[in-house]
Ligand binder design. Structure first.
Ligand SMILES: NC(=O)c1ccc[n+]([C@@H]2O[C@H](COP(=O)([O-])OP(=O)(O)OC[C@H]3O[C@@H](n4cnc5c(N)ncnc54)[C@H](OP(=O)(O)O)[C@@H]3O)[C@@H](O)[C@H]2O)c1
Length: 246
């Protein structure tokens, strides 16, 4: 039997790597990230017909290379997972750093989704990884939160149109997840373990919903859903103040 084909960005660690593990029997996967050695090791350990492409998704030339790969091959699933966090005072953060985050978190996702949806067929799927933080904005990460809001709204709008042609678009909103993300994002205090999910848990929920092909928004875990539910009854001011202290 010929496997379906998937391309996963940010596949060298965390949630992306977990997607690779969960889907590697069903799909021939192209793993994308800026960590050549890690990718090589992962592909060598996997069973099946998988490959990797090195790409720095803060670089438009590399983003274009990934778009060309998608345009030239028939992928059935694309997972836009690669992302960078950035925390700290907005005005004090170098503008080039903020632009890098916007390039990988917004431009890359928009361009890759565009290349995929141009030739997607009924039955194909696109996942955009946003974050539960869009419902609980943290003033300590204004650019990160804003990029994730872009992901969330882009995914929801695409879901509606693509559904009519049989293509499923999921926007995934994980809560705090135990990956290397926070260490790389410049946070000086890690979130409490009690609210952390594992990347296995996040991906298990995402894959279950991918198989159902129904929901535009997938929020992972009951605690995250509960907090988001509460935000319906609270003034925005209260939520932002709470997140600042948190
Ligand atoms: N962790 C959380 O609490 C959380 C919560 C909600 C949403 N998310 C979202 O989930 C997604 C995955 O994050 P994660 O938690 O799994 O973090 P992670 O472990 O840091 O994974 C991020 C992935 O993106 C890759 N990447 C980083 N910079 C890149 C670049 N310039 N070019 C290409 N690839 C690059 C990383 O490669 P390396 O191997 O070099 O690191 C890694 O494979 C992100 O979009 C994040 O915003 C995370």
């Amino acid at each position: 039997m010929v496997n379906k084909k998937a391309l996963i960005t940010g596949a060298s660690s965390g949630i992306g790597l977990e997607f690779v593990r969960a889907l590697s029997k069903e799909y021939d996967i192209t793993l994308v990230s800026n960590e050549k050695d890690k990718l090589n090791k992962i592909v060598n350990e996997l069973v099946g017909n998988h490959k990797f492409i090195y790409a720095d998704l803060t670089d438009f030339k590399d983003i274009k290379r990934i778009c060309d790969e998608i345009s030239n091959k028939n992928y059935n699933l694309v997972i836009n997972n690669a992302g960078m966090g950035i925390y700290g005072d907005f005005a004090e953060t170098p503008i080039d750093k903020l632009n890098e985050v916007i390039t990988i978190n917004c431009n890359a996702i928009m361009m890759i989704s565009h290349s995929f949806l141009k030739k997607a067929k009924p039955g194909d799927s696109l996942i955009i990884v946003s974050s539960a933080i869009v419902f609980l904005p943290s003033s300590n990460g204004p650019i990160y939160v804003s990029t994730k809001a872009f992901n969330s709204l882009l995914g929801q709008c695409l879901w509606h149109k693509q559904r009519k042609r049989g293509v499923y678009v999921m926007t995934l909103h994980p809560g705090v997840t135990n990956t290397g993300f926070f260490n790389k994002s410049g946070v000086n205090k890690l979130p409490p373990k009690s609210i952390m999910q594992s990347s296995e848990e996040v991906v298990k929920i995402a894959v279950r919903e991918l198989n159902k092909r129904k929901k535009p928004i997938v929020v992972t875990g009951i605690k995250n859903k509960f907090f988001i539910f509460l935000t319906r009854f609270l003034p925005r001011k209260t939520i932002i103040n709470f997140m600042e202290r948190f």
